[in-house]
Unconditional design. Sequence first.
Length: 114
Amino acid sequence: MAAIEPELVETDAAALASAALTTARHRSLVVLLTDLNPAAVDEGPAPRLPLLAARNQVLVAAVADPALAEMAAGRGDAQPGVRRGRGGTGRSARQRVSALLQRRGAQVVDAPPG
């Protein structure tokens, strides 16, 4: 492990789906970890989910940001109206992405860190 250096690279969703489909000979559990960012999900795993879900159980897991819930509730550092707007927008975007992933065959878990 000492020789491994971290590198920030985009996930190749097509290669990921291909590897999962060719490696697993039986129905498998495929777990994708994501932040439910709409742009990243739309360009990444979402288009390939129906194919993956047809042969596997797909679980998309994300860690919800407690700060979004606080902003939507009107707590935090920003002005109350700004907080609610930012928090609500972030949560609604995550809900839309979650619904899209579910329509494409995945189960989605979006839970706080605890």
